[in-house]
Design a binder for this molecule. Sequence first.
Ligand code: FUB
Length: 325
Amino acid sequence: MSEKRYLIPEDYHADPSVHIFEGKIHIYPSHDWDNADSENDNGDQYDMKDYHCFTIDGDPMTGKVTDHGVILSVDDIPWHGRQLWDCDIQERDGKYYLYFPLKDRNDIFRMGVAIADKPTGPFKSLEYPIHGSYSIDYACLKDDADGEYYMYFGGIWGGQLQRYVDNKAVEAPYLPQGKEKAICPRVVKMNKDMISFAEEPKAIKIVDENGEELTADNEHRFFEASWMHKYNGKYYFSYSTGDTHMICYAIGDNPYGPFTYQGVVLTPVAAGWTTHHCIVEWEGKWYLFHHDSVPSGGKSWLRSLKVCELEYDENGKIKTINGAD
Ligand code: FUB
């Protein structure tokens, strides 16, 4: 059983994106609030209105957590509709770029960008979302191999990914069934300006040990919550399986994949529908940040951030963590 720590017991935060900036752990979560009446499969209960930034002094399991307050509010985003979901952040040439999914006034998720001079903000939003962006759960890798930044994204049902084929919105959403190929997450390289795509987003293939793409009826297929980290030069793409409530991972040799399915990082949590995570190295040890709804008594829209250690075996395989602990 791995020891786990609730990081912010006094409030509800979810969907952690964690980075080391200025030698310190910085956490950028979604900020949940009690919005019970709107619960449905479209995710209307997740109607978040701002982001906070938190830092940890030293060790993630014991260090003091500091709340740096609101770094961006929905009302300060000129094109806003509703629902600030899972964000991510990267630094380039001394500027910090916060990428966030938000519905526009037509209720379509787009990728917004807000920029700051410091990792704790304040962040100022651009006037418009990124051209050609869609769906949710953006995770940006700075690749030490080529110095480029790669954005991973996508989420099914409320995240709207089933409404897109070849980066175009389709008239009728399509959800593959049975042995049809599962919907793929997406990856796109960022331009040097960090506020536009350098290419058309590409579908990421997650394949089994025979090179076959995972099918829609596979309980380990992608649903949402992409994260990318590197370990021993390999690319580890991890994600939530949504309605089967796991975090799984697949390994590739380059940022675009294909990625070969490896196994389960986190089994279903004790309470809560969504499962969302990130994997980060701190002083030679690896950590899994995620959330569950145990402290709120199982309310799926009120989630609490957790952290625990993550280990690899001698072959680079992640040892499965029990989410119910
Ligand atoms: O927090 C809203 C949504 O729930 C996220 O974008 C998903 O990953 C899920 O955690």
